[in-house]
Design a protein around this ligand. Sequence first.
Ligand SMILES: [Zn+2]
Length: 86
Amino acid sequence: MTCRELIDFIMEYEDGTLPEKQRVLFEEHLSLCEDCVHYLASYRTAVQLGKSLIMPSNEKVSTQVPEKLIRSILAARQADGTSLTE
Ligand SMILES: [Zn+2]
C-alpha cells in the first residue's frame, strides 16, 4: 500500500468499514510509515474538533478554544501516533 492509498482508505478505516484485507495492509503501512501515522493522528484530531465545533451546545466554547489548547491536543495526538511505531 502506498501513502496515497492509505489516505484514500482512512475514512473507511475509521468507520470500521474497510475490508479485512485492506485493513491488514493499512495497519502494515502504518507500522512502517511514520508520516502516515502522523497523518492519521491529525485526521482524528480534525474529525474530533470538527464534531465539537458543529455541536450547537458547544458554540460558545468553540469560539473560545485557545489556539494553545488545540496545539497541545495535536501534540498529544501525535505522541500517541508515534508510540505505535515503537
Ligand atoms: Zn505512508
